[in-house]
Design a protein around this ligand. Structure first.
Ligand SMILES: Nc1ncnc2c1ncn2[C@@H]1O[C@H](COP(=O)(O)OP(=O)(O)O)[C@@H](O)[C@H]1O
Ligand SMILES: [Mg+2]
Length: 503
């Protein structure tokens, strides 16, 4: 990769100016604020912000969140990530965990009510705050899941009585099926609550088979449901965006060129402006006036060109981080970064933060995240398959060590990395962690997830899924026997494998 061109001192870099700007979206914001007003007065609502990557779903939700906090509501966020082996109900776990951590024990006892032990199954923090919880009586799996959903919905409704809640569910197109089922459950009950649920998703990702499509079909029947489609910003808004970012008048030709290229997509726009500011092109009137503005053709190109301006070290660290996931632990990255001292790695992280490619995760020590999924994706795509597979294997091993005795909680994440590394590392760890993740999902009543994990383990054991052959060994049979009845009912192949083994 090219050496970085000489850069001005960090403090004088102009690219932080694209931060904090919010243009347009008056119509969407007034709809969202009206929905919030309804929720604050006890008529809960559910609004979906829909649109292509980078169009401003998260940003618009953030604006609403800031407004909601000013109005006295409490805001809780849940994020979904792409294929990273998050634990079941991760979306809800994040959001409930944030609430539980902030609440004091007395308030929590009143709000969480009789469902405390059930909720503690997926949010262990509940047990830390309320020690000595008696386990709930065991139920058949289907009823057990109903009870869990009911406990969570009742808890949220009670919590919202003392202070209205805004729940933001971001990137729902990556949510696991059990999380979506819980959303459907809650949607039926929010109408008479002080809760506003705002979901974000990419419509471009949705096929008819996508789990979210089915959920949306269900949600659309609820009277509380509303969908807001975000389109590109207008040319006039593009002009305002550039002027605010650059702190100077933007020539009409420049605005027109950026608008045409980006179709008003603010992420694309912001990346172009950052690149032009870094290159000093934005203030170069000649470029704009002779109409020869060289604007990157696509989002990936602009990100690639911005990355080319960073040091090799920074690129290397970011590429490795992109395989870990949207969020990554600095210690983990450090253990993977060969021949780079921790100081140098910190310098590289600093450089990436300054370029706004990554940011620190609020309230988490030594944790960073990519500022947008498109940046992580662009970096990951630059890797050759061989390197990616190797990195996944090393990440799996490093995580195993890092998690130590807590590895079971993170089994799905390990299964993900060992799954990606299977061609190099073999099936052993994939089978081990997939089975563990499946068992964990079962104990959380996340049956669809459990089935997916067990299926993966069986496939890694090269168990034919046509149901015509017996399980090849005890381990495969053990995995297939773990699958409980509700999953068997929904499965086409498990019922055929296990009886054959027992025969
Ligand atoms: N209305 C807006 N005005 C200014 N910048 C915006 C606006 N909407 C989005 N952005 C910026 O564009 C980028 C992408 O927005 P984001 O909300 O992350 O997109 P999405 O969630 O739809 O993928 C972010 O840097 C964000 O700050
Ligand atoms: Mg987003």
């Amino acid at each position: 990769m090219a050496e970085p061109s000489p850069q001005p001192k960090r403090s004088s870099l102009p690219h932080t100016r694209t931060r904090g700007i919010f243009v347009g979206r008056q119509r969407e914001m007034s709809q969202l604020m009206a929905a919030l007003d309804d929720a604050m007065s006890g008529q809960g609502r559910l609004v979906m912000l829909v649109g292509e990557p980078g169009i401003g779903k998260t940003r618009t939700a953030r604006e609403l969140a800031a407004h909601a906090e000013r109005q006295g509501a409490q805001v809780l966020w849940g994020w979904c990530y792409e294929d990273e082996g998050a634990p079941s109900y991760w979306l809800w776990v994040q959001l409930l965990r944030a609430y539980v951590q902030r609440a004091d024990a007395e308030q929590l006892i009143a709000e969480i009510g009789p469902g405390a032990a059930d909720i503690a199954e997926i949010i262990p923090e509940v047990r830390q705050k309320l020690p000595g919880l008696e386990p709930s009586p065991a139920l058949e799996p289907v009823q057990a899941r109903f009870r869990l959903f009911d406990c969570i919905a009742s808890f949220l409704k009670r919590a919202a009585q003392s202070r209205p809640l805004l729940l933001v569910l971001d990137d729902l197109h990556w949510a696991d099926k059990p999380s979506l089922l819980l959303l459907e459950f809650l949607a039926r009950l929010v109408g008479d609550s002080h809760i506003l649920v705002v979901g974000c998703y990419r419509d471009v990702e949705l096929s008819r088979q996508h789990p979210l499509s089915e959920t949306l079909g269900q949600l659309a029947r609820e009277p509380v449901f509303q969908r807001e489609l975000l389109r590109g910003l207008t040319e006039e808004e593009t002009g305002r965006f550039i002027e605010t970012a650059a702190g100077a008048d933007a020539p009409g030709e420049l605005v027109a060129a950026v608008y045409t290229h980006t179709e008003g997509n603010p992420f694309f726009m912001a990346e172009i402006i950052r690149l032009m500011l870094e290159q000093g092109d934005l203030f170069n009137q000649d470029i704009a006036e002779d109409g020869n503005i060289r604007i990157p053709e696509g989002v990936k190109e602009v990100i690639g060109r911005r990355l080319n301006r960073l040091s090799d070290r920074c690129n290397q660290a970011l590429t490795t981080a992109s395989v870990i996931g949207r969020e990554f632990d600095f210690r983990l990255l450090s253990s993977l970064a060969d021949n780079m001292s921790e100081d140098k790695l910190l310098g590289a992280a600093d450089e990436a933060v300054t370029a706004q490619l990554i940011e620190e995760v609020p309230n988490r020590i030594e944790r960073f995240q990519f500022t947008h999924a498109l940046i992580q994706q662009t970096l990951a795509e630059e890797l050759t398959t061989t390197r990616r597979v190797r990195l996944h294997a090393r990440i799996g091993e490093a995580l195993e060590e890092l998690y130590g005795e807590h590895v079971e909680e993170q089994a799905a994440e390990l299964a993900h990395h060992f799954g990606e590394a299977e061609s190099l590392a073999g099936p052993e760890k994939l089978v081990h962690f997939s089975s563990m993740a499946g068992e964990r999902a079962l104990s959380n009543f996340a049956y669809e997830e459990a089935q997916a994990h067990f299926q993966r383990a069986l496939e890694a054991k090269v168990v034919s899924l046509n149901g015509l052959e017996p399980a090849p060994d005890g381990e495969a049979a053990a995995v297939s026997c773990l699958v409980p009845s509700p999953v068997r009912w929904t499965s086409q192949f498990f019922p055929r494998i296990s009886p054959m083994f027992h025969a």
